[in-house]
Ligand binder design. Structure first.
Ligand code: UDP
Ligand code: MG
Length: 139
């Protein structure tokens, strides 16, 4: 079922570099409304669970190390065509391949430390929002 919501995280490189506010401005400026948001930090166990889909990939250990290295901001966003439009706004996984004007092009440090997460499907957007937010927070 298509929905108008997606899920994002501002990752530790971006929170650590003081780019949280600028990235939130970009997101709102692109027409997304924030339905839930929290500043938090992932434990190792939580990061392994969140990224379980990638556990066979060679970068999994490094990804978990990185995602637990500092605070993140998790958020549920709303807009028509949210999942696809947000992936366009953030750009390619590797900031060197990301289009001009995208969040990763402007703020990411590397393919691993790439500033933001964006859900890749409606189903994952739902599951990822569910992972971070209680029922009343997701209302
Ligand atoms: N990643 C990495 N090395 C790679 C590919 C991905 O460290 O070669 C990290 C990066 O932080 C990325 C995350 O793993 O955002 C999830 O990978 P995915 O392929 O789902 O990219 P995304 O959907 O975030 O663009
Ligand atoms: Mg992905």
């Amino acid at each position: 079922m298509a929905t108008n919501r997606t899920f994002t995280m501002i990752k530790p490189d971006a929170t650590g570099a003081g780019n949280t506010g600028k990235i939130i401005d970009r997101i709102i400026g692109a027409g997304f409304s924030i339905r839930a948001m929290k500043w938090t930090q992932l434990s190792r166990q939580e990061a392994e669970k969140f990224y379980a889909i990638h556990k066979e990939r060679p970068f999994f250990g490094e990804l978990v190390d990185y995602m637990t290295s500092g605070p993140i901001v998790a958020a549920i966003l709303e807009k028509d065509n949210a999942v696809e439009d947000f992936r366009t706004l953030i750009g390619a996984t590797d900031p060197k391949q990301a289009a001009e004007g995208t969040i990763r092009r402007d703020f990411a440090e590397s393919i691993a430390a790439n500033a933001v997460h964006g859900s890749d499907s409606d189903e994952n957007a739902h599951n990822e929002g569910f992972f971070f937010f209680s029922e009343r927070e997701r209302a």
